[in-house]
Design a protein around this ligand. Structure first.
Ligand SMILES: Cc1cc2nc3c(=O)[nH]c(=O)nc-3n(C[C@H](O)[C@H](O)[C@H](O)COP(=O)(O)O)c2cc1C
Length: 399
C-alpha cells in the first residue's frame, strides 16, 4: 500500500477541474434506446445538473452518426452560465479557418468558455464514412497543421496566406476573434503520433483511466516531448473515468456487478462477439491490455466495463463509496492530473450524485492542502482496494 502521509507529492496538481460529457437523451449502455435523437427536456435537465453540480466543463462528443458537436455546444452555452463546452472536432469535417471562425463565435457567445478537443480519428472505417481516407499517421500530421492555422486565425492582425501539406488558402483574415485571447486546444489519442502532436502543441492532453503507474509514465512521456519542443508551459493532463458509486463500497460493488452483466448483454446484441474486431486506436488497445492483465488496480480502478465493451470509448470504472472514489481521483491528482472527467452509466442520476457527493470531497481536500501545505487523512481513511474487505466485495456475487 502506498503511504498517504502528510507530504503532498511533488507530482501533485494543486488544482482540479471537473469535466462531464453531455448526453442528449436518456439512452445509456444500461438501457439503450435505439434511434433516440435529442430529448430536449432531458438535455436541458442534464445541462442544469452540471451547472448546479459545479462541473467546470462538458464534452460534446462527435461521431459520424452523432448530433453535431458545434450546434450542441452552442446550446449548452446558452443553457448555462459557468460550464465550459468542449467541442469534439475532427479536422476532416471542417476547413481550419471555418473551424476557427465557429470556435471564436462559440467563445464570444459564451463569453470565453469555449474549448476544442481535436480528434484525429481512431478508425479508418469511421473516417471513411465522411470521406476521409488518410492513414492515421497522416491524420495526425493534418491535425498538427490544423492547430497552427487555428491559432493564427484567432490572433493574426492582418490577412495571411497558407500553403501547407494539407491546407491551402490565400488572404484569409483578420479572422473573427475569440472573446479575449485564445481558445484552449485539447488532443485525444494515445498513439505515438498523438503524443508527438499533443506534446508539442496542445494545451491539454487527454487519457482514458489507466492504472496509476502506467498513467504516470504517459504523463512523463507527453511532458518530455513538450520540454524537448522548448515549451515552458506543459500540457494539462485530463483523465477520464466512469465511476460506479453507492453509499458503501459493498453496495457499489453489487451495483457494479449488476451493471456489467447488463452492459455486456446489451453490447453483445449490438456487436456479437463473433463480429468483434480489434480496435485500431491505441487508447482502446491499451484499455483492453489493462483489462487482460487484471480486473482491479490501485484503490478502485475496474477494467471489466472496458473488457465487455471492447473498450469502445471511455470505459474504465472507479467503483466504491463517494469517499473511496474521491480518494481514488485524488490519487490521480497526485500523479499530476488537473482535469478529471467523470460520467456514469446512469447518466443524469450519476451527474447529480457526483456533483453532490464527489466533487465537494475532492475540492475539500485540495482546499485543505492549499490552506495547510499538507495532505489530510482523507486518502488514508478511505482505502478501497488498499484495505481489507474491498477485494472481497469486488469478487463476491460475481456473475
Ligand atoms: C477524452 C477523450 C475523448 C474522446 N472523444 C472522442 C470523440 O468525441 N469522438 C471520437 O471519434 N473519438 C474520440 N476520442 C478518441 C480518440 O481521440 C481517437 O480515437 C484518436 O484520434 C485516435 O486514437 P489513438 O491515437 O489512440 O490511436 C476521445 C479520446 C479521449 C481520450
Amino acid at each position: 500500500m502506498p503511504s498517504f502521509d502528510e507530504n503532498i507529492p511533488a507530482t501533485a496538481s494543486p488544482e482540479v477541474e471537473f469535466i462531464s460529457l453531455t448526453h442528449l437523451n436518456p439512452s445509456t449502455e444500461l438501457n439503450p434506446m435505439p434511434g433516440r435523437g435529442i430529448d430536449l427536456d432531458y438535455f436541458r435537465r442534464y445541462v442544469r445538473s452540471l451547472e448546479e453540480g459545479g462541473y467546470d466543463y462538458t464534452l460534446l462528443p462527435y461521431g459520424a452518426s452523432s448530433a453535431d458537436s458545434f450546434v450542441t455546444a452552442s446550446a449548452v452555452g446558452q443553457l448555462s452560465e459557468h460550464v465550459r463546452p468542449i467541442v469534439a472536432l475532427r479536422p476532416n469535417t471542417t476547413f481550419p479557418t471555418v473551424g476557427a471562425q465557429k470556435l471564436a463565435t462559440l467563445d464570444q457567445l459564451t463569453e470565453g468558455r469555449a474549448v476544442v478537443h481535436l480528434i484525429s480519428g481512431g478508425s479508418d472505417a469511421e473516417q471513411a464514412r465522411q470521406g476521409d481516407y488518410l492513414p492515421k499517421a497522416k491524420r495526425y500530421a493534418r491535425t498538427s497543421e490544423y492547430i497552427d492555422i487555428l491559432r493564427r486565425s484567432w490572433t493574426a492582425p492582418a490577412a495571411f496566406s497558407h500553403h501547407g501539406e494539407f491546407y491551402r488558402f490565400d488572404d484569409f483574415g483578420p479572422g473573427f476573434a475569440p472573446h479575449k485571447s485564445t481558445i484552449p486546444i485539447s488532443i485525444g489519442g494515445q498513439s505515438d503520433e498523438a503524443f508527438a502532436v499533443g506534446g508539442a502543441k496542445a494545451d491539454i492532453f487527454s487519457f482514458w483511466g489507466e492504472p496509476l503507474d502506467d498513467l504516470r509514465g504517459e504523463i512523463d512521456r507527453v511532458h518530455g516531448i513538450a520540454r524537448a519542443a522548448g515549451r515552458t508551459t506543459l500540457p494539462r493532463i485530463w483523465v477520464t473515468f466512469r465511476p460506479i458509486i453507492a453509499r458503501t463500497d459493498e453496495l457499489a460493488w453489487e451495483k457494479a456487478h449488476d451493471y456489467v452483466s447488463r452492459i455486456a448483454a446489451n453490447f453483445a446484441k449490438v456487436r456479437p462477439p463473433a463480429a468483434g474486431t480489434d480496435p485500431q486506436n491505441v487508447g482502446s488497445q491499451r484499455a483492453l491490455a489493462f483489462a487482460d492483465r487484471s480486473e482491479l488496480y490501485d484503490r478502485a480502478l475496474w477494467t471489466k466495463t472496458a473488457a465487455v465493451t471492447n473498450a469502445a470509448g471511455a470505459s474504465t470504472a472507479l467503483v466504491g463509496s463517494p469517499e473511496t472514489v474521491a480518494a481514488a481521483i485524488l490519487d490521480y491528482v497526485d500523479q499530476g492530473a488537473s482535469l478529471v472527467s467523470i460520467r456514469g452509466y446512469d447518466t443524469l442520476a450519476d451527474a447529480v450524485d457526483y456533483g453532490r457527493h464527489i466533487l465537494p470531497l475532492v475540492r475539500q481536500e485540495l482546499a485543505h492542502r492549499k490552506a495547510t501545505g499538507r495532505r489530510s487523512d482523507f486518502q488514508a481513511e478511505h482505502l478501497g482496494n488498499y484495505g481489507a474487505e474491498y477485494g472481497e466485495f469486488a469478487t463476491a456475487s460475481r456473475s
